[in-house]
Write a protein that binds this ligand. Structure first.
Ligand code: HEM
Length: 210
């Protein structure tokens, strides 16, 4: 368990303001990416349905963030997914990827416009090429929060994402959102995976541009 000091206000000094140099295991994610080999397995009334998808994934560095003694380096992201050759949004997601060097912690906050939020956490070394984060429903820290309808019909009990930074400069994710669907006793694995290829470099964070 993490123990915190009584001093909750003092902030770290001598912070390196260049986020791109301090992202640890998230370093390989900064930039603008496209993925053309996405595969979604989603819940339908008749059962699981597979769907190919393409996406644009933008992750831009933010200024270092402190909470009292805590220090996070991070990326603000927007993931936009469509079916191949379509314009209509199939999935949209925004949030932050955060790295806390002091504890080797990686956090993903995610928000989707079904009115649902989650915060997943995992541990990694600064040079890790793969790591896994998990959010589960129930706890007061990290976790998953949904609307009453989603709680009633598609209770989201767990979300996990595995990220791999690949030797060819791409990165990939493999995620599993576990839903308890009304009327079904077995959990439903709503899974998504893709490989992302870089199409644009990140813009340095505001303080690093000064
Ligand atoms: C690339 C990632 C994802 C894609 C492409 C995707 C796509 C979809 C689609 C198309 C549906 C609707 C099925 C239908 O009604 O036709 C769906 C359902 C759902 N998704 Fe996702 N999803 C993704 C990730 C996530 C994540 C990360 C979460 C939550 C942590 C999530 C939570 C849900 C829930 C709760 C439903 C059930 C609601 C409903 O069907 O009305 N999804 N997803």
């Amino acid at each position: 368990m993490t123990t915190f000091s009584e001093d909750i206000y003092s902030e770290p000094s001598n912070i390196d303001v260049d986020t791109l140099r301090n992202l640890g295991p998230l370093s390989g994610l900064a930039g603008i990416w496209k993925g053309t080999r996405g595969l979604d397995v989603k819940p339908k009334a008749e059962g699981p349905k597979k769907q190919a998808y393409v996406e644009r994934f933008e992750l831009q560095p933010i200024d270092p963030q402190t909470n009292g003694p805590q220090l996070f380096y991070g990326l603000r992201y927007h993931q936009h997914v469509v079916k191949p050759d379509q314009v209509k949004t199939y999935h949209d997601q925004v949030g932050y990827w955060l790295w806390e060097p002091g504890t080797g912690t990686v956090i993903q906050t995610l928000t989707i416009p079904r009115a649902q939020v989650a915060m997943a956490v995992g541990k990694a070394t600064p040079d890790a090429k793969s790591f896994e984060l998990v959010a589960s429903r129930g706890p007061e820290t990290y976790g998953i929060c949904s609307t009453p309808f989603l709680e009633y019909a598609f209770k989201t009990v767990e979300y996990r994402i595995k990220v791999s930074i690949n030797a060819d400069g791409t990165w990939s994710y493999d995620e599993d959102t576990v839903l308890m669907i009304r009327g079904k006793s077995d959990p439903f694995h709503h899974t998504d995976r893709n490989v992302l290829t870089k199409i644009g470099e990140p813009t340095p964070n505001p303080l690093a541009r000064k």
